[in-house]
Ligand binder design. Structure first.
Ligand code: GDP
Length: 507
């Protein structure tokens, strides 16, 4: 018998406390292991530090990681999402690989921009959310105000699960609303020692707790799993109020691996065939070796080491001899993995984001889109003899999902597209560090792009012939219309009703 799986991510605005909470969860879970920092094997550490430079400069974490731990018979796979402000495709794709999410909110700040964006992504995929209102040890906003804000802005029912007895200087502990048990800070460190306390509450708090219990929806597991209700836990990651309760809540309520959207039909986790999809590809930090780690979410079957899996649509079976499971202190060779688990598959660029892997190659997972870029730039090569290296680098990074690349039909200036500014910094820095290509970026005469298609090829041809100066191909050779503005897209779409202009493209 395998243990139940909980595959989840933490979503938050920078500074809300995601890193602190992650560490505490790992600590409570008895495993501190930060994977995803795939180690450069015996080699060039300088390249790694170049890469890390951006992270340090911007104070952000560019790479995602996978952290696995076990607690009370449940296996938790925590997928980290980059916490910077730019919405990135990487983040979106990571959220396609989880079954639930924990939303961390700063008690003094409430719902912030990035929290909201990430929440919308979760809603799109009906990913259920547990809310953690962090930093109640500091002066924050009134709990009622925070609950109402979550309910209003996110259009969700909220069910408070516990209640802070005061905040900041007045913080006296946290009451579990179902048992009435109060956890109080102890000693100088004010760390949670698991004390239960039946002291009568002061009148003021007794009234507040009564209102909290009466004024909001009671927790309803079905509503939570449907994404209509979020249970709300107040706590302090820093002072250890809450992490243990959060883990218990994930174990008790969060959904196990769900059926995944696929063609010709969704794949249920209890299907015996091994299937999975790649949601992230990470280049090795060592520029001398072009090997990569593809992160696969296992959707069904029992994966066994050495198994042959075939990428649907392109090709030959791959024998997965050295899969990486993200347990324990170092990366470990996995012998077995189960639905909901993430496996790192070393490869030399054959595996791409969005790929489906399975034993029989008869299914294809859907729903891992490319996004229409919001920023387009022309790539300017400083040394014209490096054209080949540049093309290779741009293709590689498009494959990893760092940036998209468009090859215009007219002219030789390649155009790259990103969803957030940060991706541009990553691109330039990696071109320099890994590919030794000095390049600059200049404004492109376009602002956005759409993938185009038409039921009748003649309609598509008529359109492309008339708009050749705005036509390009993406890395896979799909036709793309480059537009000066989204207004232009609307205008052109009206004039060519038979042509479809898509802002996302599913691979
Ligand atoms: P992230 O950007 O969301 O990963 O946030 P961090 O975990 O790095 O936390 C941002 C800042 O808030 C750091 O200075 C933390 O020490 C602090 N912090 C995190 N959790 C708490 C908490 O529960 N209480 C207090 N007072 N500070 C916290």
């Amino acid at each position: 018998m395998t243990s139940p799986r909980r595959t989840f991510a933490i979503i938050s605005h920078p500074d809300a406390g995601k890193t602190t909470l992650t560490e505490k969860l790992l600590y409570v879970g008895g495993a501190i292991h930060l994977a995803g920092e795939v180690k450069a094997r015996g080699a060039n550490r300088r390249a790694k530090s170049d890469w890390m430079k951006i992270e340090q400069q911007r104070g952000i974490s560019v790479t995602s990681s996978v952290m696995t731990f076990e607690k009370d018979g449940v296996t938790f796979n925590l997928l980290d999402t980059p916490g910077h402000e730019d919405f990135s495709e990487d983040t979106y794709r990571t959220l396609t690989a989880v079954d639930s999410a924990v939303m961390v909110i700063d008690a003094a700040r409430g719902i912030e921009a990035q929290t909201r964006k990430l929440f919308e992504v979760c809603r799109l995929r009906s990913v259920p959310i547990i809310t953690f209102v962090n930093k109640v040890d500091r002066e924050g906003r009134a709990p009622f105000e925070l609950l109402d804000e979550i309910a209003d802005i996110l259009a969700l029912d909220v069910a408070p699960m516990n209640w802070p007895i005061g905040m900041g200087g007045e913080f006296e502990g946290i009451m579990d609303l179902s048992s009435g048990r109060i956890s109080r800070p102890e000693g100088d460190s004010r760390t949670f020692q698991g004390t239960s306390d039946v002291d009568p509450l002061s009148d003021r708090f007794a009234e507040e707790v009564e209102l909290a219990q009466g004024g909001y929806a009671a927790f309803d597991e079905t509503a939570y799993r449907n994404g209509d209700l979020t249970p709300v836990y107040f706590g302090s990651a820093l002072k250890d109020f809450g992490p243990a309760e959060l883990i218990a809540a994930l174990a008790a309520y969060a959904p196990p691996p769900r059926p995944q959207p696929a063609e010709p039909a969704p794949v249920a986790p209890d299907t015996s065939e091994v299937t999975g999809f790649i949601f992230k590809v990470q280049a090795n930090m060592d520029p001398q070796h072009r090997d990569r780690i593809a992160f696969m979410r296992l959707c069904s079957g029992t994966f066994k080491r050495g198994m042959k899996l075939t990428p649907t649509g392109h090709g030959k079976p791959i024998a997965v001899h050295s899969p990486i499971l993200f347990f324990a202190q170092d990366r470990e060779i996995a012998d077995e993995a189960f639905p909901g688990d993430i496996i790192g598959i070393p490869n030399h660029g054959t595996l791409r984001v969005g790929d489906t892997l399975s034993e029989r190659a008869a299914v294809r997972f859907t729903g891992l889109p490319n996004f229409a870029p919001e920023i387009l730039r022309r790539v300017q090569l400083k040394d014209p003899t490096k054209t080949k290296q540049l093309r290779k680098a741009l293709d590689d990074m498009a494959e990893e999902g760092v940036t998209q690349v468009f090859y215009p039909e007219i002219g030789s200036n390649w155009i790259i597209g990103v969803v957030g500014q940060l991706q541009l910094d990553v691109l330039l820095s990696r071109l320099d560090a890994e590919y030794k290509v000095a390049a600059g970026l200049e404004p492109a005469p376009f602002d956005t792009a759409r993938w185009i298609s038409a039921a009748d090829p003649a309609d598509l041809k008529a359109f492309t012939d008339l708009n050749r100066a705005a036509m390009a191909k993406d890395r896979d050779g799909n036709p793309v219309f480059l537009a000066k503005s989204s207004w232009e897209v609307g205008y052109v779409a009206d004039r060519y009703p038979k042509v479809k202009f898509a802002a996302t493209r599913e691979r």
